[in-house]
Design a protein around this ligand. Sequence first.
Ligand code: ADP
Ligand code: MG
Length: 312
Amino acid sequence: KKLTIEDLPGVGEATAEKLRENGYDDIMAIAVASPKDLADISGIAEGAAVKIINAARKYADVGNFETGEEILKRRKEVRKLSTGAQGLDNLIGGGLETQSITEFFGEFGSGKTQIMLQLAVNATMPEEQGGLNSDVLIIDTENTFRPERVIQMAKAKNLDPDETLKRIHVARAYNAHHQILLAEKASDIAKEFPIKLLIVDSLTSHFRSEYVGRGSLAERQQLLNKHMHDLLKFGTIFNAVIAVTNQVSANPAVFFGDPMTPIGGNIVGHTATFRLYLRKAKAGKRIARLIDSPYLPEGEAVITLTEDGIID
Ligand code: ADP
Ligand code: MG
């Protein structure tokens, strides 16, 4: 039998309920939690929280090691998805990687949704043309998916627009919990269709509007953390590209330079392998800056948003 959080000594029904409401819904989530977060959420003392975490660590499958050889084998399966703009592809080492999360963040109108739609169209194309020969799953949280725009972009690539639309599966997420649920269910759809691209546009908008104020920050971060890990797991299991968009807010602590920082802070930053910051420039141009890449240099590329889609 699979252990549930109620099986942990010190976790009664009421505590379990509070933990679940905050995204701590399995033993592993508790095993990696901080005692303070757990105490704050469930109202138990920090000492008691430490005991619960230690018990969870004993039960959890933390001994989940892979050999370097196994990781190399998995890395060899990595495929790349073209953005349609050569300069941007070069900046990120040839395209968006499978088995990773790529985050595009920027202000309203910076082109995040346009890039997602372009990626969706490109993903349906053969590998020789920078695609993944794949179906696409889009979790749309802002109701900004536009089939008309997909048709324009598909035509520009000489694709049959109806065939392209048939390969793009869109789910509207009505709130943060719904969004999390849709990501959990993504694997069901991937069993039916060859999904090699999963898009979440926007990753953070629901979390940002539903969890406001200092008091709910820990809860928001916990849920986002779980969500990001679900997405990454999907990318790893199905060898899929995960592309997410994120908003920015002005950080009042920044006096010099650009005060815009992505929502979700460290949680999103640590789980996304590639982070691209989009800034508006004149006449449909956007500047994409690569930030915090594990093995690529920081740098910028200019893209242009056109009727036909994203180009250099
Ligand atoms: P975000 O998702 O970052 O808020 P969008 O991806 O919606 O931003 O970008 C909107 C911008 O995309 C518009 O300001 C416009 O410059 C460009 N855009 C949208 N549709 C078209 C089109 N058909 N032709 C050219 N540019 C377009
Ligand atoms: Mg958008």
